[in-house]
Design a protein around this ligand. Structure first.
Ligand code: PLP
Length: 394
């Protein structure tokens, strides 16, 4: 074999029987081969297990899928390049022209864009309600056949709590599938509810490091089977190296999530007692209007704390500038604490009444609590509040 040939067919190193790596290797390969045409064809007919092309599956992404399905308490999972890709692909896979979706004002803005703009171009209609408007949901479901009820809990950014038992009961009675973006609550929560499809951004708590993007759709086997071909052809598959990083992040997921929730509660309590703060949105606070519902549904209340400053938009901007440890950056769930200002939170697709219902005001800020020492975070928030309140008085 000449050297240019050899570099394209390097020596194989296979592990001897009884010898295995403790951390699974990254299968950074797009292609897999079988020993013969007959075996390849048998695989393509679904009669022989294995891997053929990464867009369909890869051992590293497959391992992550199996782990996530188990964490969320379902049979199956498909991982994607980002959370947005997971949402896009599942919406395209589960709807067709003429379908109707019930969706909510309190949701991640791009999700509403996908339903209200993108799917609308293909003849899918929707009803947009507040997630607290259960009578409205009942009316919408009675008015027309509905394909999906799509919600989040806690919602982004105001941390409203959806009544999951009520939404699943109403949706299923009307023959709809229930889809829940469970990114804020995490894989260890809500699995006991009768949700058909969970969607997650793996960019957040799964990786935890803020250095990789990913998404996941988790459901019973029959539903995933129905979506699998569409996902493979739509093509937003997760890269094996990203899957490896996300799986590495998951090793510390439970410790991180618990620590971040504990710090979030302390920060919410500080904010709730401060005169410069008009109101705090954190489901772990007894003052949260849905605290009892959150306590029934959740074991951890999450790491997102939103709040309104008395001084409105100027105060919100000043507060964000005065913080030193919190980075002014998008996303959430990583080790660094983050802050987002109202201009980045407001749903521009919403009319005035819908914006009022969304709960986001010109003075709303969203904090994502990271893994720094909580005393340092408390001191930073307290100092920024004092500086902001002082500036307002001058
Ligand atoms: C609730 C929620 N769902 C989905 C996404 C989209 O995830 P990604 O940024 O990985 O595309 C986000 C991102 O912020 C989110 O907050």
């Amino acid at each position: 074999m000449k050297k240019p040939t050899r570099v394209n067919h390097p020596p194989e190193v296979s592990l001897p029987a009884g010898n295995r790596p403790l951390v699974a290797p990254i299968y950074q390969t797009v292609k897999f081969e079988f020993d013969s045409v007959a075996e390849t064809e048998a695989h393509l007919r679904g009669e022989r297990p294995g891997f053929f092309y990464q867009r369909t599956s890869n051992p590293t992404t497959r391992q992550l899928e199996q782990l996530l399905a188990e964490l969320q308490g379902r049979d199956e999972c498909l991982v994607t390049t980002s959370g947005a890709a997971a949402i896009t692909q599942l919406l395209l896979a589960l709807t067709r022209q003429g379908d109707h979706i019930v969706c909510f004002i309190e949701s991640y803005n791009p999700t509403r864009y996908l339903i209200r703009r993108l799917l609308a171009r293909f003849g899918v209609t929707h009803t947009l309600l507040s997630v607290e408007d259960l009578p409205g949901v009942e009316r919408a479901l009675a008015a027309q056949p509905t394909r999906l009820v799509y919600f989040e809990s806690p919602t982004n950014p105001i941390t409203r709590i959806a009544d999951i038992a009520a939404l699943t009961r109403l949706g299923h009675a009307a023959g709809a599938l229930i889809v829940m973006d469970n990114t804020f609550a995490g894989f260890h929560q809500h699995g006991g509810y009768d949700v058909d499809v969970f969607v997650h951004s793996l960019t957040k708590y799964a990786s935890g490091a803020g250095d990789v993007m990913g998404g996941a759709v988790i459901a019973r086997a029959e539903l995933i089977h129905r979506m699998r071909t569409d996902f493979a052809v739509l093509g937003g598959v997760l890269d094996p190296h990203a899957a490896f990083l996300i799986q590495r992040g998951l090793k510390t997921y439970f410790l991180r999530y618990a620590a971040q929730c504990a710090s979030a509660l302390r920060i919410a309590q500080l904010l709730a007692g401060h005169p410069a703060v008009a109101c705090v949105h954190y489901p772990g606070l007894p003052s949260h209007p849905q605290h009892a519902l959150a306590a029934r549904q959740m074991q951890d209340f999450g790491t997102i704390v939103s709040f309104d400053l008395v001084g409105g938009e100027p105060a919100a901007r000043g507060f964000a500038d005065n913080l030193e440890l919190f980075a002014l950056a998008a996303s959430l769930g990583s080790g660094e604490s983050l802050v987002v200002t109202p201009q980045m939170l407001i749903g521009r697709d919403l009319n005035a009444e819908q914006q009022r219902l969304s709960g986001v005001t010109p003075g709303t800020l969203r904090l994502s609590i990271g893994l720094e020492d909580v005393d340092d975070l408390l001191a930073d928030v307290d100092r920024a509040l004092t500086l902001t309140a002082g500036a307002a008085l001058r």
